[in-house]
Design a protein around this ligand. Structure first.
Ligand code: HMG
Ligand code: MG
Length: 284
């Protein structure tokens, strides 16, 4: 048996949030239920953000109410503030995530706050989540490049990672939000971040705009990371990251890992079915 590497499926959230035409709730539910049968431990399937900002995620509570929960699978959601956390708790999520940025430009565009303001806002969210017994994941966007500010300094990423660690985030996902990061830049960024936190508490979150996501997965694997976010069918993009293409496709990361002797615990045939469903939802 090869070493286990986990793929954290983000397709139903990161993959779908950017789709312009509203996707029927039943289709989202069917996608999540298909994914639950693929062997994922964690599936991000909801986002309790402002429905004015991201209309596609407005039915997150309905999705969570209608899915068939598979024991052992953690159904996750984004929660930018206390209002989002309240909605997530009501919907019965298993874990939540706060999401910040290493760059000021993206932070303002995405969550209408400076980096420091956002970190201050996350403290009561992480405190309340912990009090409610929910694990909290942290995201850092724009870990190598920002669509507004250009190249991002590794030290800026390390600073936000340290702040999220202090808030008790159990894992911090490092996002190449616009998918233009070069492996050398990802490596330099990881060098700085690993001064703050061990690789076992990090995840790689690569978008594939420039076709370098798998190269970046390889760099992160070499640095000891063993969790990667991906979206079936390569769905995705962020509404506040102009030009960003999809997340790296789950099937591609799976094949890449298996080809290198790792185990993912995923059923390739089910992934194929989920990818086809995801593709059919795209660009209606
Ligand atoms: P704001 O406008 O500054 O907030 O938004 P506000 O507190 O002034 O509230 C404005 C209105 O929104 C109010 O309603 C609030 O009630 C409502 P009104 O009084 O005008 O009717 N509101 C909410 N409604 C429902 N749920 C909530 C909520 N919060 C406020 N939670 C806010 C600030 C953060 C809410 C907003 O900017 C927002 O929702 N942004 C979301 C952006 C987003 O979802 N981006 C995509 C996800 S991040 C991503 O994709 C990157 C990632 O994948 C990693 C990577 O790739 O790098 C994670
Ligand atoms: Mg993303």
């Amino acid at each position: 048996m090869g070493e286990f590497v986990e793929i954290f499926e983000v397709g139903p959230r990161d993959g779908l949030q950017n789709e312009k035409a509203l996707i029927p709730t039943a289709d989202k539910v069917a996608l999540v239920d298909c994914l639950s049968g693929a062997g994922f431990r964690r599936i991000e399937c909801a986002s309790f953000v402002s429905p004015k900002w991201v209309p596609q995620m407005a039915d997150s509570a309905e999705v969570l109410a209608a899915i068939t929960r598979v024991p052992g699978v953690s159904y996750a959601a984004l929660t930018p503030n206390l209002k989002g956390l309240e909605r997530a708790l009501e919907a019965g999520v298993d874990e939540v995530a706060v999401f910040g940025s290493a760059s000021e430009g993206f932070s303002r565009a995405n969550i209408n706050a400076s980096v420091d303001e956002s970190l201050a806002r996350f403290v009561p969210v992480t405190d309340a989540a912990r009090a409610a017994g929910l694990p909290v994941r942290g995201y850092v966007s724009c870990v190598v490049e920002c669509p507004y500010d250009g190249a991002v300094a590794p030290a800026s990423v390390a600073r936000v990672v340290a702040a999220l660690r202090e808030m008790g985030c159990y894992e911090i996902s490092l996002g190449d939000t616009i998918g233009r990061g070069r492996p050398e830049a990802v490596d330099a960024m990881l060098d700085a971040v690993l001064q703050e936190i061990g690789p076992g508490q990090l995840a790689g979150h690569f978008h594939d705009t420039a076709g370098r996501a798998l190269d970046n997965v390889a760099v992160a694997l070499a640095r000891g990371l063993r969790v990667f976010d991906a979206a079936v069918g390569g769905l995705g993009g962020c509404p506040y990251a102009p030009g960003a293409a999809g997340n790296v496709a789950t099937e591609a990361v799976h094949d890449f890992l298996v080809g290198r002797g790792f185990e993912t615990g995923l059923d390739r045939a089910v992934l194929e079915r989920a990818a086809a469903m995801a593709q059919a939802m795209r660009g209606r």
